[in-house]
Design a protein around this ligand. Structure first.
Ligand SMILES: NC(=O)c1ccc[n+]([C@@H]2O[C@H](COP(=O)([O-])OP(=O)(O)OC[C@H]3O[C@@H](n4cnc5c(N)ncnc54)[C@H](OP(=O)(O)O)[C@@H]3O)[C@@H](O)[C@H]2O)c1
Length: 265
């Protein structure tokens, strides 16, 4: 019986992976992991698939252990692991609380690594891992510093892992879309912190996920979905960081200082 484990399945990119994988008919049972159990239950009903709903806050040890216990009890044959739980907060260094900073790292990095490590022993031959990176991982991004740094980690981690797993017939793909039409951007400014001027064009979730599944099946280490993210990736290799950072500040965010920082200076 082939299983797909999808974190972040309660919305956005994670739920779109579930939609598209369910149409391929390769998966016998889905394991959906996120905090909103009702949304995942509704998704399972919408898709008419067999699903195990794991309501878990993956920033907590308790949440991580729920997935660990399910793996140890059921010893599934995992065909796909998709780590799509994640969030990012825009803001100057002193506008984002330590708690939010730690949660971003815990979810985007620590949970992703732990879930990958604990799932690999259960992956079947031909199994595929998809880790959510971002176009943000190609350039240092002031006012998005923790998020973009967490995604750099994901990129290096996944590329290295893909190499290590090749000999076992398992492949890992780092998915680096540009800005996708989900609730992500709305949530990232929800705390009243820095608002990006323009994040257009927003990409269709359906299109980018389709491209990623193709890249994953082919065993690619990375999937960059659209022209401007491909350009970003190329520029990263050719242009010094300081110039790219200026482009980011000028085109997307603009220079800013928080009120507190201004007062202290
Ligand atoms: N949208 C973009 O523009 C974009 C671009 C590049 C990369 N990405 C990456 O793609 C991934 C998915 O983002 P999205 O666009 O689909 O955002 P989204 O619509 O906000 O979905 C985020 C998912 O993460 C889950 N999540 C958040 N906090 C969690 C926690 N503490 N424990 C467990 N699950 C948690 C959410 O579920 P619950 O709230 O139910 O827990 C939700 O299912 C993220 O890693 C993001 O960094 C997004």
């Amino acid at each position: 019986m082939s299983i797909a484990i999808i974190t972040g399945a309660s919305g956005g990119i994670g739920s779109e992976f579930a939609r598209q994988l369910s149409k391929l008919g390769l998966i016998d049972e889905f394991w959906f992991v996120a905090r909103s159990e009702n949304k995942m239950q509704a998704l399972a009903e919408e898709l008419g698939v067999k699903a195990k709903i794991i309501g878990a806050d993956l920033t907590s040890e308790e949440g991580i252990n729920k997935v660990r216990e399910a793996l140890e009890t059921e010893k599934p044959e995992v065909k796909f692991l998709i780590n799509a739980s994640g969030f990012g907060n825009f803001g100057a260094f002193d506008e984002i609380s330590e708690d939010e900073v730690v949660k971003m790292i815990d979810l985007n990095v620590k949970a992703l690594v732990l879930l990958t490590h604990m799932t690999i022993p259960y992956m079947e031959l031909g199994g595929r891992i998809i880790e959510l990176g971002s176009g943000s991982c190609f350039t240092p991004l002031p006012y998005f510093n923790i998020y973009s740094s967490s995604k750099v980690f994901v990129l290096h981690y996944t590329k290295s892992l893909n190499h290590e797993l090749k000999k076992y017939g398992v492949r890992a793909t780092c998915f680096c879309p540009g800005w996708v039409e989900t609730e992500f951007l709305g949530k990232s400014v929800a705390n009243g912190n820095t608002h990006p001027k323009a994040m257009k064009p927003l990409l269709s979730c359906e299109k980018v996920v389709k491209k990623c599944i193709k890249a994953s099946v082919k065993g690619k280490a990375m999937c960059v979905t659209n022209w401007y993210t491909k350009l970003q990736h190329t520029l990263f290799k050719l242009v010094p960081d300081c110039i790219l950072t200026k482009l980011w500040l000028g085109m997307l965010v603009g220079e800013r200082k928080s009120e507190k920082y201004k007062e202290e200076k």
